[in-house]
Design a protein around this ligand. Structure first.
Ligand SMILES: Nc1ncnc2c1ncn2[C@@H]1O[C@H](COP(=O)(O)OP(=O)(O)OP(=O)(O)O)[C@@H](O)[C@H]1O
Ligand SMILES: [Mg+2]
Length: 270
């Protein structure tokens, strides 16, 4: 099982959108996914269900109020389960504060999930890489860094990568799965230029080949409470981009593609 953390220094770069749509695409491809929202704002839950504010979730597990098992919410896709962020106020209680203790609780939480038969746990985080996100990064296996394609946006990347180097020096095993360009607008020069600048400045392997286009369907999908892949029977381009990203990630993380395994390859005519 792989713990894949979606994190970025900057806010509003598309973390939650990536977490939801990537989880969906990977689940459709047959991987057992648990999407965990660790953003106290509860964006995953709010994007997918109206009752999310009242739900218990991640922070209630960390505070020891609920067991991990009772917090897992099924979706209409058998392979896709999620956990909302829950009532984070409880977590701000003094008894749970203090770095050492918080890290222990986060570690314990992921240890339980590691024994639960998921292929991937995908973790959405709040903007920034301090606080509990720093503990989550320490316990994760790999991190995806969504990066909005705008001129100023790319400046936060070196800072983020330095943070990963620092926590690896402290003994964490997390690696960078890659940087994913989001909100790319092919008709806007600044957007295209900031993507190509980053691609030429960084080692080629660190950036995903796939980039996510800027598209108003993401807003529509989130207002309807669905991943873009569920908007229509014929996939919209934004959904295709996430399917392509899921396929790229399968190769990068060495995940086997269950679709092929289940059906075998059949000729077109027989
Ligand atoms: N590719 C895209 N095209 C158009 N709009 C997008 C795209 N990705 C995200 N958005 C929109 O941009 C806004 C911010 O996206 P999102 O909430 O995913 O970012 P975030 O990084 O999770 O933000 P935060 O740091 O606040 O958690 C949302 O309104 C979302 O619908
Ligand atoms: Mg978010």
């Amino acid at each position: 099982m792989t713990i894949l953390v979606i994190a970025s220094q900057k806010g509003g770069v598309g973390k939650t959108t990536v977490a939801i749509n990537l989880s969906y695409s990977l689940a459709v491809r047959g991987h057992k996914i648990l999407l965990v929202d660790t953003d106290p704002q509860g964006s995953v839950g709010l994007s997918l269900s109206r009752g999310a504010r009242e739900r218990y979730g991640f922070y209630d597990a960390i505070a020891g109020i609920k067991t991990v098992e009772e917090l897992i919410v099924p979706t209409r896709l058998a392979e896709f389960k999620l956990m909302t962020s829950g009532k984070s106020e409880i977590f701000s209680d003094d008894s749970v504060q203090g770095n050492g203790k918080r890290l222990d609780r986060v570690k314990n939480f992921f240890d339980i999930l590691r024994g639960q038969g998921n292929d991937l746990v995908i973790v959405d985080t709040a903007a920034g890489i301090g606080g509990i996100t720093s503990d989550i990064l320490k316990e994760g296996d790999s991190v995806i860094i969504p990066q909005q394609s705008e001129p100023l946006g790319v400046r936060s990347i070196p800072q983020f990568l330095k943070k990963i180097v620092r926590i690896r020096r402290e003994g964490a095993e997390v690696n960078v799965s890659g940087i994913l360009m989001t909100m790319v607008n092919p008709h806007q020069r600044e957007s295209v230029e900031s993507e190509s600048q980053l691609r030429s400045a960084l080692p080629p392997g660190i950036m995903f080949q796939t980039s996510i286009p800027r598209d108003s369907v993401f807003l529509r999908a989130s207002s309807l409470g669905v991943p873009v892949g569920l908007l229509s029977r014929n996939p919209v381009p934004a959904a295709v981009a996430f399917d392509q990203f899921a396929a790229e990630l399968e190769i990068k993380l060495g995940l086997s593609n269950n679709i092929e395994k289940d059906n075998g390859v059949k000729g077109l005519l027989d």
